[in-house]
Design a protein around this ligand. Structure first.
Ligand code: G1P
Length: 300
């Protein structure tokens, strides 16, 4: 494996989607701002990027996404009210989100798909490898994934996707990878990718979960990528082209994730994520677990 010495510092977070699955909650509030316990979902994602050393965060937003910018900015009025009350705990929590990372925003004017959203990052990213984190997938901070992907990208110089084995009946919800083994534990070579295949045509049950560390050659390919599944420019289609021709931007590898992942893009999964995370919280957990146990045994 060849070594690439470019240190990755940039994370791109596409957040332009309409969030129709959560209407009417998302009529005037971005879906990324929906709370998971007491933090907006998007803050978990930015925290994950920062934990992997990526402190330059570019969000791809759209109309009606102003609350995202406000959340990662200072709120002096709130801060001075909390300071005047001596409520240091809450003051700290309010300041946390504005101190996390260097935030940048660019708007995706037309919703032309995930590939197009990533292409909007090209002027900011330049010719460096970079990470993409999708906001609907939350990865438990106790199960680091992104830092491992960054490591593999540095070793190979190519691109890396996060893969998870799913029930074959679920592959039609994901990008799906054809894979070959490597010498490294938990790392596979990606030989092909297909966006949301019919289970009968899926090359495997390895699903792409929303984390990518990409060689910038992906931008050149995205510029040429025609709309694919759903009439949208698909990131998966661009990665397929990288996987089939290594001379373009190096090989594509997959890091197989076996840790805890919460999907907040679907209402049922969103509720499960909240219950699991609330149960595990030191402050809320003990009381909430006791209530949940009696609710489940007595009322259901
Ligand atoms: C997107 C990608 C898909 C990937 C998924 C992961 O789909 O297009 O390849 O597997 O994210 O969450 P979406 O869920 O946005 O439709």
């Amino acid at each position: 494996m060849t070594m690439s010495h470019q240190v990755i510092t940039k994370a791109v977070i596409p957040a332009a989607g309409l969030g129709t699955r959560f209407l009417p909650a998302t009529k005037a509030t971005p879906k990324e701002m929906l709370p998971v316990v007491d933090k907006p979902a998007i803050q978990y994602v930015v925290e994950e990027a920062v934990s992997a050393g990526l402190t330059d965060v570019l969000m791809i937003t759209g109309r009606n996404k102003r609350p995202l910018e406000d959340h990662f900015d200072r709120n002096y009025e709130l801060e001075s009210a909390l300071a005047a009350k001596g409520d240091d705990d809450r003051l700290k929590r309010v300041q946390e989100s504005s101190d996390l990372a260097t935030m940048h925003y660019v708007r995706q004017g037309d919703p032309r798909g995930l590939g197009h959203a990533v292409l909007c990052a090209a002027p900011h990213v330049g010719r460096e490898p970079f990470a993409v984190l999708l906001g609907d997938d939350l990865i438990d901070p106790r199960d680091p994934l992104l830092s491992r992907m960054v490591e593999i990208q540095a070793e190979t110089g190519g691109s890396v996707v996060a893969l998870m084995e799913v029930d074959p009946a679920q592959v039609h919800l994901y990008g799906c990878a054809a894979v070959a083994p490597t010498d490294e534990d938990g790392v596979v070579r990606v030989t092909g990718l297909v966006e949301k295949p019919d289970p009968s045509e899926a090359p495997s049950n390895y699903a792409v979960i929303g984390r990518y560390v990409l060689n910038p050659a992906v931008f050149d390919i995205l510029r040429e990528t025609e709309p694919g599944r759903g009439g949208e420019i698909q990131l998966t289609d661009a990665l397929q082209k990288l996987a089939e021709d290594e001379s373009v931007g190096g090989p594509v590898h997959g890091v197989v994730f076996t840790g805890r992942r919460y999907d907040t893009g679907d209402r049922g999964d969103y509720l499960r994520a909240i219950v699991r995370l609330a149960c595990e919280r030191e402050d809320l957990g003990p009381e909430f677990r006791t209530w949940l146990r009696s609710y489940v045994t007595e009322e259901m």
